[in-house]
Design a protein around this ligand. Structure first.
Ligand code: PLP
Length: 396
C-alpha cells in the first residue's frame, strides 16, 4: 500500500521508503510530484476540470498541441489526444487504415516487429508479439506480418523481409531503438533509419510507438531523432505528463490529417473517448514541456546515462549474466537461468528479493532492468546495483 511519492522514492502507508527504480512502470520521468507539475495540476483543477472535447477546445489542449509540434520530429503537424499508450497506438493503426481508405487505394496489412509490445487492447495486442499475455484472446486478434528483430549483425535479414512485405502494406509499426516489454531489447539507429527508408520507398506508413522511448529514455528527447527519421505517425504517452496523469497523443503528418478532414462525414476520423484531452492532464503535460525547455533535463539525462554505464561496468565479464546492455538512461542484464523468458520462475522471486531491500525493480522474467526517474542520485543508483549484485549471489 503506497501512500506517498517524492522524487525517486515511494513511501508505504506504514512509512517504509521504496526506491522506484522502474519509474512506476516507466512513466515517471522527472521524479514523483515534480513541484511544477503539481502546481500546474492544482491551478488547472481550480479553473476547468473536464469538458467534452468534441465541438469544444481549451487552452491547455491548444498549448500542448503547439508545444508538441514544436519539439516533435519536423513534419509532424497534427495532434490527436487519447488517454493511454494503448489508445495512442489504436489511434495510430486506425489513422493508417483510414488514410489508405480515404485515399482510394485501400491497404490494410500491418507489419510489426518480433518481440513487439504495443499495449493490451485488441488492436495493440494484435500488433504485439503473441504469447502468454494474449493467448486467451487469440480468436479476437487480427493477423499482422511479423518482421525478424533487427539484432546486431542480423539486420539484413530484417531489411530483406521488410522490402518484400512493405509493398502495398498499410504501415510498419515499431518501438524505435528499444523494445520494452519484449525484454528491453535494443537495436541500432542505422537499422531504424534503413527500415524508414524501405517504408518510404514503398509508400508504406511508418508508425513510431514512442510510448516508452519518448521524453528522454533513450538519451534523446525522442528515439527517432537518433536515426534522423520523421515517422508518419508518432505515439506518445507515459512521460508526456512527466508520469503524473494519464494522457496520450498521436501525432501525424499533414497528408494523413488531410485524408480525413472533409465535410463528407464518411471520411471522418472516428475515435473519441470521454476524457479526451482532459484539461488537468494537458496542464500537467504543458508543465512537463516547460521543464524540458527551462530545466537542464538533457544534461541530467546525459549524467544519468554515464552513471548507469559506470555501474553496469562491474557486471561486464560476470559469467552469471549475459547480454549486458544500456541505451540512454536504461540498463538491462539477463541473469542466467535454465528457464529464461518472461515466465522464468526467477522473476517473481527476484522482484520480492528487491522489494525486501526497499527497491522497486520488476524483472521481465530473468531480465533485470533499471529504468529510473531522471532525478535519481549516484548514491541511490548504488543501492540498486548493490541489490542486483546480491541477487546474483543468491539466485545465479
Ligand atoms: C512501447 C509501448 N507501447 C504501448 C504501451 C501501452 O501503454 P499503456 O500501458 O499506457 O496503455 C506500452 C506500455 O508499456 C509500451 O511500452
Amino acid at each position: 500500500m503506497i501512500a506517498r511519492g517524492e522524487g525517486a522514492w515511494l513511501q508505504t502507508a506504514g512509512g517504509e521508503r521504496i526506491l522506484d527504480a522502474i519509474s512506476s512502470w516507466w512513466v515517471v520521468t522527472h521524479g514523483h510530484r515534480h513541484p511544477r507539475i503539481v502546481a500546474a495540476i492544482k491551478a488547472q483543477i481550480d479553473a476547468l476540470d473536464q469538458v467534452i472535447f468534441a465541438g469544444c477546445t481549451h487552452q491547455p489542449a491548444e498549448d500542448l498541441a503547439r508545444g508538441l509540434i514544436a519539439i516533435a520530429p519536423k513534419g509532424l503537424a497534427h495532434v490527436f489526444y487519447s488517454d493511454s499508450g494503448s489508445t495512442s497506438v489504436e489511434v495510430a493503426l486506425k489513422m493508417a487504415l483510414g488514410f489508405w481508405r480515404n485515399s482510394g487505394k485501400p491497404r490494410s496489412r500491418i507489419i510489426a516487429l518480433e518481440h513487439a509490445y504495443h499495449g493490451d487492447t485488441i488492436g495493440t495486442m494484435s500488433a504485439g508479439a503473441r504469447g502468454v499475455f494474449n493467448a486467451a484472446y487469440a480468436p479476437l486478434l487480427f493477423e499482422v506480418e511479423r518482421l525478424a528483430f533487427p539484432s546486431s549483425g542480423r539486420e539484413s535479414e530484417t531489411f530483406a523481409a521488410l522490402d518484400r512485405l512493405a509493398k502495398d502494406a498499410a504501415a510498419l509499426i515499431v518501438e524505435p531503438l528499444l523494445l520494452g516489454a519484449g525484454g528491453m531489447l535494443t537495436y541500432g539507429a542505422e537499422a531504424l533509419a534503413e527500415m524508414a527508408r524501405i517504408c518510404a520507398r514503398h509508400g508504406t506508413l511508418l508508425i513510431a510507438d514512442e510510448v516508452l522511448t519518448g521524453f528522454g529514455r533513450t538519451g534523446s528527447l525522442f528515439a527517432c531523432e537518433q536515426a534522423g527519421i520523421v515517422p508518419d505517425i508518432l505515439c506518445l504517452a507515459k512521460g508526456l505528463t512527466g508520469g503524473s496523469l494519464p494522457l496520450a497523443a498521436t501525432l501525424c503528418k499533414p497528408e494523413i490529417f488531410e485524408a480525413h478532414y472533409s465535410p463528407d462525414r464518411t471520411r471522418t476520423f472516428f475515435h473519441s473517448s470521454s476524457y479526451t484531452a482532459n484539461p488537468v492532464a494537458c496542464a500537467a503535460a504543458n508543465a512537463n514541456l516547460a521543464i524540458w525547455r527551462e530545466e537542464p533535463v538533457r544534461e541530467r539525462i546525459a549524467a544519468l546515462a554515464a552513471m548507469q554505464e559506470e555501474r553496469l561496468g562491474r557486471f561486464r565479464g560476470d559469467v552469471r549474466f549475459r547480454h549486458i546492455r544500456r541505451i540512454g538512461t536504461v540498463t538491462a542484464l539477463d541473469l542466467k537461468t535454465p528457464d529464461p523468458g518472461y515466465l522464468a520462475a526467477l522473476g517473481p522471486d527476484l522482484a520480492k528479493f528487491f522489494r525486501q531491500r526497499g527497491i522497486l525493480l520488476r524483472p521481465l522474467g530473468n531480465v533485470i532492468y533499471v529504468l529510473p526517474p531522471y532525478c535519481i542520485t549516484a548514491e541511490e543508483l548504488d543501492l540498486v546495483y548493490a541489490a542486483i549484485a546480491e541477487a546474483a549471489g543468491t539466485f545465479a
